[in-house]
Design a binder for this molecule. Structure first.
Ligand code: ATP
Length: 301
């Protein structure tokens, strides 16, 4: 068992009469990158604000390194870096001056230079932040959260507004810091955005955690599908059914659902035996986004 750095249990939150969090439970272990995924309004930001002691809660516990956090108890947050909603930017300070404010004295320049380099900000870091584009401000906000090498980093929709190179840079630095032991909680409303970076996923819908698993398990749960094109799909369907291969004719395409590593082989053997020529085989990508939407959909009905 890996040690849990962040523990959230039984978290409830009501705004007026509206209950937005219903007994939310999860943990983030040291060095793990955990994705918090859910549609708009699911409660992701509310959870993050509660963890950061920014809003009062209506019951439940939050602990960081075994210390309780609440709106009046912030001690444990010294080891936490965060970007929630809009980055706090001072228009007349340079990017570098922002980062210097957030970096501890020890090795300040090295840490600032390292994050500037990692996020590709060298070209503008010495200019006043008022001249930054939206994406540049977003990167500065992320850099502020990371520069002090905290134990826990909380990022609310960090990929918003970033170009593909910046998204890749961000993924790389998250993986590097996680390897060095930092834990991450990162929200997104797009599951596939987190596919390459998160170890674990929490799926949140209407304030409930509806699924909690490793990213790998979630990706594999979608399953692999092969699409076959043959000279005679109707006969092929009959031959495959006779051979007990899991097959469907979907939109006039033969689809085989892989149940184990022998499925495709069994299908091809059955077709060869039936004398049906195969013209094409394609492997359909498991559609992570679709499995996420299915999960959320199932929960609503
Ligand atoms: N200060 C507030 N007062 C009243 N209702 C609020 C407040 N903050 C959030 N809510 C409500 O709580 C629910 C959850 O909001 P939250 O911002 O946590 O969702 P989210 O998952 O972060 O969504 P998004 O992806 O759109 O940012 C929403 O229904 C929202 O309207």
């Amino acid at each position: 068992m890996m040690e849990a750095l962040l523990k959230v249990s039984g978290l409830n939150k009501t705004f007026g009469k509206k209950k937005v969090l219903h007994g939310v439970d999860f943990t983030v272990a040291s060095g793990r990158v955990v994705g918090l995924v859910g549609p708009n309004g699911a409660g992701k930001s509310t959870i993050m604000k509660a963890i950061l002691g920014l809003i009062p809660t209506d019951g439940g516990q939050i602990q960081i390194a075994d210390q309780a956090v609440s709106i009046t108890k912030h001690q444990a947050l010294r080891q936490v870096g965060a970007l929630i909603e809009y980055p706090g930017i001072y228009p007349f300070l340079t990017g570098r001056q922002h980062l210097e404010l957030f970096a501890a004295k020890k090795q300040r320049q090295q840490h600032v230079d390292a994050i500037v380099q990692a996020l590709g900000m060298a070209g503008y870091i010495n200019k006043p932040a008022k001249s930054y584009s939206l994406g540049m401000k977003q990167k500065l906000g992320i850099a502020q959260a990371l520069v002090d090498r905290p134990q826990l980093v909380i990022l609310d929709e960090p990929m918003n507004g970033l170009d593909p190179q910046a998204v890749k840079d961000l993924r790389d630095i998250i993986r590097a810091q996680a390897k060095a032991g930092t834990s991450f909680l990162i929200s997104s409303h797009i599951l596939s955005e987190l596919e390459k970076v998160a170890d674990d996923v929490l799926i949140l819908n209407h304030g409930h955690i509806i699924q909690q698993s490793t990213m790998q398990d979630l990706a594999e749960a979608g399953g692999t599908i092969y699409e076959l094109q043959t000279v005679n799909d109707r006969d092929a369907l009959a031959a495959l059914q006779a051979a007990h291969v899991p097959v469907n004719l979907v939109d006039r395409k033969l689809q085989i659902t892989q149940t184990d590593r022998t499925t495709l082989n069994a299908a091809l053997i059955a077709l060869v035996h039936a004398g049906i020529a195969v013209q094409d085989v394609t492997k359909a990508q498991h559609d992570l986004e679709q499995s996420f939407l299915d999960l959320v959909e199932q929960e609503v009905h």
